[in-house]
Design a protein around this ligand. Structure first.
Ligand code: NZQ
Ligand code: ZN
Length: 387
């Protein structure tokens, strides 16, 4: 196992009616930016619950943070924070609202001229504190340091990570996710699934605990995901999906083990260029990355096939191949598309993607072996396009 540091200070408050904790959690705060998305929280009643829980506070509302939060929108909230002396940001929504608020929190304290620099590796030394009320479980943003921001004007999508992004608290009430449309439930199964594979389908470093923790999340998603899609009003199933999603990217399973993230890096560029949902890109790219990296990942894929899909046999190659097929089959069984050719995307329009990915990484090759450059990304996209 590799050396590691683990630090995660997020106060997670999980379960039904936990919104009641909000006044207590915010008792020392005066001017609270209440940030949310396009209005789903007004339809499912979460908005009203929060307004009444914070009736005695000075609340400054900021709505309209879109899926794949846009820099130009967030900058407006930064101005609001400065003008209204905001001392706390409450993010209410899915990964996009939370990520957007992490960026707003940093940009409000940023001393440089161009806040986009935060997304280009500029060091950040200060940020406003934030807390979350999660309404869509998928990204794990509620318990991690990452934030992924889009800039539609230039078709860019970039991420930054800062320990100042850790939410002070995250309220996870699975009831709030019961209003999700099917497409978002599917996204909320696939995104955590791929967060796990990025940290698990690499190579063995003798870390059986992290290996089994990863398998536990995958098996739970495979078990609970389809059930949740058939029982749209079932709290227990949604609670299990929510806790899987948080655990898939709160740092624990990836400690001391190699990590991949090629699927995510390529996927982000597909969202930037074509507007696909984050998880839609992953369902298409993961099988292609696994096929392209077959020799490097074969042993681990065979282990995965045996433990997660109970595939039997004595040939690693055969089990590994079946494991990729089963992964794709699982995504399709949920209703996800797994080939780029199923979207309105032409092969020609993919030409610029490899170089764009390399631009975002600053030329750093992808994958746990650092062997996936522009040429390899081109081949992965070809595999992802195949009918
Ligand atoms: O804006 P509203 O009206 O709220 O609608 C949202 C949005 O349209 C809707 N929604 C959310 N909760 C709902 C609901 N609709 C009905 N009922 C509810 N309870 O769902 C739509 C999608 O929401 P979004 O927040 O965009 O989804 P998700 O949580 O999947 O977040 C995706 C973003 O997170 C980034 C992605 O790149 C993407 O930008 N990621 C963030 C990560 C992180 N911070 O660690 C890691 C991930 O790999 C990912 O890159
Ligand atoms: Zn993801």
């Amino acid at each position: 196992m590799d050396n590691f540091q683990l630090f995660n200070p997020v106060n997670v408050i999980f379960g039904k009616n936990t919104i009641g904790e909000l006044p207590n959690l915010l008792k020392d705060k005066s001017n609270i930016l209440f940030a949310f998305g396009g209005g789903s929280i007004k339809k499912n009643g979460v908005y009203q619950q929060i307004r009444s829980a914070l009736a005695n506070k000075n609340i400054i509302e900021f709505s309209g943070i879109e899926a794949n939060p846009d820099y130009d929108t967030l900058i407006k909230a930064v101005e609001l924070c400065k003008n209204e002396s905001v001392d706390f940001i409450l993010a209410v929504g899915g990964g996009s609202v939370i990520d957007g608020c992490k960026f707003i929190a940093h940009a409000a304290k940023f001393k440089g001229k161009n806040a986009w620099d935060i997304l280009c590796g500029k060091e950040v030394k200060d940020a406003l504190p934030l807390g979350c009320v999660l309404t869509l479980s998928a990204t794990g943003s509620e318990m991690n340091t990452f934030s992924v921001i889009s800039k539609r004007s230039t078709k860019e999508k970039r991420a930054f990570s800062s320990t100042l992004s850790f939410p002070k608290f995250s309220i996870l009430d699975p009831t709030f996710s019961l209003s999700l449309p099917e497409r978002q439930i599917i996204n909320g199964i696939i995104d955590p699934y791929v967060h796990v594979t990025e940290q698990y389908l690499t190579y063995n470093v003798n870390a059986p605990l992290q290996t089994r923790q990863s398998e536990a999340i995958l098996l739970t998603l495979i078990e609970e995901g389809p059930k949740a899609l058939k029982n749209l009003e079932n709290y227990e199933m949604r609670a299990n999906l929510m806790w899987c999603a948080t655990n898939a990217l709160n740092g624990t399973i990836g400690k001391g083990v190699p990590q991949d993230w090629a699927t995510h890096e390529i996927g982000h560029e597909l969202t930037a260029q074509f507007g696909l949902d984050h998880a839609q890109t992953l369902a298409v790219i993961l099988p292609a990355v696994l096929k392209h990296e077959f020799e490097n990942k074969k042993k681990r894929l065979a282990h995965y096939g045996t433990k997660v899909f109970a595939i039997k046999g004595d040939s690693d190659s055969k089990i590994a191949k079946q494991a990729i097929e089963k992964t794709e089959k699982f995504f399709r069984s949920l209703g996800a598309k797994t080939r780029l050719s199923e979207y309105k995307i032409t092969k020609k329009s993919l030409k610029a993607i490899p170089e764009q990915v390399m631009k975002v990484t600053g030329g750093k090759k992808l994958g746990e072996h650092g062997n996936i450059g522009a040429k390899e990304i081109g081949k992965i996209l070809d595999l992802a396009f195949e009918k």
